[in-house]
Design a protein around this ligand. Structure first.
Ligand code: 5GP
Ligand code: ZN
Length: 113
């Protein structure tokens, strides 16, 4: 997607503060952190949102979940963390490229509001 900011970050066209990268995913710090540690994990493949996930994405999304703990531990989130995927207008998704927020190093509240 030529006009997608996260595709551009994945392609290295826009710089990011990288935490982890492999052939399938990129993990980087959020520009406007909502917690002492606020990391984003994206698939390099453009998927607009959870509304657009297909059976063909099952392995990729499962792979992302297996990487969460590694990223969290590496970032020092030893006391837990929160994983969030926003979708659509009511979900307050602002970037239309599926991403997981991984937030930690402070106690979270529930419901999130
Ligand atoms: P959403 O609201 O779509 O779930 O979250 C998008 C997130 O991407 C926000 O937390 C926002 O701060 C972050 N973000 C938007 N643009 C950039 C960018 O260019 N670089 C980085 N590192 N984060 C961004
Ligand atoms: Zn994209």
């Amino acid at each position: 997607m030529s006009d997608c900011i996260f595709c551009k970050i994945a392609a290295g066209e826009i710089p990011s503060n990288k935490v982890y990268e492999d052939d399938k995913i990129l993990v980087f710090h959020d520009l406007e952190p909502q917690a002492p540690v606020h990391i984003l994990m994206i698939p390099k493949k453009h998927i607009t949102s959870t509304d657009d996930v297909t059976d063909a994405d099952a392995e990729l999304l499962g792979y992302m979940l297996t990487k969460v703990k590694d990223v969290a531990k590496e970032a020092g989130m030893d006391n837990g963390y929160r994983v969030v995927i926003n979708c659509g207008e009511d979900g307050f998704q602002t970037v239309k490229h599926l991403h997981m927020h991984i937030l930690g190093k402070r106690p979270m509240k529930w419901p999130p509001g």
